[in-house]
Design a protein around this ligand. Structure first.
Ligand SMILES: C[S@@+](CC[C@H](N)C(=O)[O-])C[C@H]1O[C@@H](n2cnc3c(N)ncnc32)[C@H](O)[C@@H]1O
Length: 435
């Protein structure tokens, strides 16, 4: 049974490494489903996320003992999995980790079994020596040290440092390495908050509430997706940060007659609006299967004031011009704020990606500007950190569209709110641009 868990983790990690921007969530889900025992599932997620989160640190340990490096990526990934277990998982005895790694490597290349065994035994033996060597890196080059110890590409550390300073960047990066709690939003259109919390207790779920939004509940134990509470539509999955766009601007959304959500899937902000608005919402996404999923969730949650549609936000839709009180532009971004849940993001984004996402955001906002009525609002948001995609996009947008002004903009720092990193800008259309 255990070999299946590690083999699944090995296959997912290898596939993520081999492709640029693979859909890691879909991959994880595919292999997750093949594991029947909840304990195996938990270990599988722990290993995949752990290896992706701490890849640089694991490689430092491995390369310290395998001084010529490990050229075969498959063998390297077996070693990373085992080294992660040795460093981070107290519950698994060291001998079991080494045995499992040897069995796994045997099925890949049996000639490498002795090598893997020797590397892992050396890591166990030389742990203190390796830690001391790493401390010496800290004394000579702090950024190199952080890039290894916290395991982030150096460009990302430097990029965030430019935006927030080094001290804040370290706090952010440390927090993004922690494990997220399962976060859900109560569907207040179907059930009262107190009644829902009682039902949670009756069903044996332990929970805590988010400070900034008491309708966001952190589930501490159990798989709530398999519950009747989910099937009844009493909640949907959403991070605290994502819920704050509507929560912090409730009056705007309550009074809006027509709302357009340009990049809506999986639907979090649309659902937040649908709970409170007296008007209607058109929810678009470019991805057809995501729109189908959104549609299914609308039925499950019982919202009848939302029209889902497949639509590309970069293409101007003449029918939308001047029609909306609010446009939600929760745009494609690098996603650095979500690294706790999607650690592969650490390794598959570049500075060029950030630049081109900034440009894409401006293109979509150019269209959004036309869809909003005079006096209306665009809520521009991302789940990323760093000025280029956030403050700079908002700044460049109002430079291009003099009829808009920035009412406020705010970065939700993950280490402060204990949630994803996020950015919100409220942009009001004051009147027609002068010719
Ligand atoms: C950050 S997610 C949106 C999250 C969503 N607003 C929520 O609260 O659940 C970005 C979404 O943008 C969609 N997307 C990417 N490019 C797009 C485009 N050109 N037009 C419309 N949607 C797009 C993606 O499919 C993805 O679902």
């Amino acid at each position: 049974m255990k070999i299946n868990t590690r083999r699944s983790a090995f296959l997912v990690i290898s596939e993520i490494e081999n492709k640029k921007n693979p859909n890691a969530d879909t991959l994880m889900e595919k292999y997750h489903r093949t594991l029947k025992d909840p304990k195996d599932r938990k270990l599988f997620v722990e290993i995949v996320h752990g290896v992706l989160k701490f890849k640089n640190l694991l490689d430092y340990y491995i390369n310290f003992v395998a001084t010529k490096g490990v050229k075969d990526k498959r063998i390297l990934n077996v070693l990373r999995i085992a080294t992660y277990e040795l460093m981070f998982l107290d519950r698994i005895p060291e001998y079991a980790t080494v045995d499992e790694a040897c069995s796994l490597v045997e099925s890949i290349n049996k000639h490498q079994k002795g090598f893997v065994n020797a590397v892992l035994r050396n890591i166990i033996r030389k742990k203190d020596e390796i830690e001391k060597a790493l401390e010496r890196v800290k004394e000579t080059n702090l950024k190199d040290f952080l890039s290894i110890k916290l395991s982030y590409p150096k460009f990302l550390i430097e990029y965030l440092e430019q935006s927030y300073g080094l001290e804040k960047t370290i706090k952010i990066l440390e927090f993004l390495n922690t494990k997220p709690l399962q976060s859900i939003k109560i569907n207040t259109k179907k059930i009262d908050r107190e009644d829902f919390l009682k039902k949670l207790e009756l069903n044996g779920y332990k929970y805590t509430l988010a400070e900034e939004n008491s309708e966001i509940v952190y589930i501490l134990s159990g798989n709530i997706k398999d519950s009747d509470l989910y099937r009844e539509g009493y909640f949907y999955f959403q991070d605290l940060a994502s819920s704050l766009v509507v929560k912090w601007n409730k009056e705007d959304f309550e009074s809006a007659g027509a709302i357009l959500d340009l990049c809506a899937a999986p639907g979090g902000k649309t659902f937040n609006c649908a709970e409170i608005t007296k008007g209607f919402i058109i929810s678009c996404d470019v991805n057809k299967s995501k729109v189908d999923l959104l549609r299914n969730n609308l039925v499950r949650l019982g919202f009848d004031n939302v029209v889902p549609a497949q639509s590309d936000a970069t293409i101007l839709n003449e029918d939308f011009i001047d029609k909306f009180d609010i446009v939600i532009a929760d745009l494609p971004c690098a996603g650095f704020g979500t690294i706790r849940k999607k650690p592969d993001i650490k390794w598959n984004k570049t500075l060029e990606d950030i630049e081109s996402l900034h440009e894409l955001q401006l293109r979509i906002l150019d269209n959004a500007a036309k869809y909003v009525k005079d006096g209306g609002i665009i809520f521009y948001s991302t789940c990323t950190l760093g000025h280029k995609e956030n403050e700079d996009t908002a700044k460049d947008f109002v430079k291009r569209h003099k009829e808009f002004s920035i009412v406020y903009q705010k970065t939700i720092f993950p280490d402060e709110y204990q949630c994803d990193g996020f950015f919100i800008a409220k942009l009001r259309k004051e009147g027609k641009e002068e010719a």
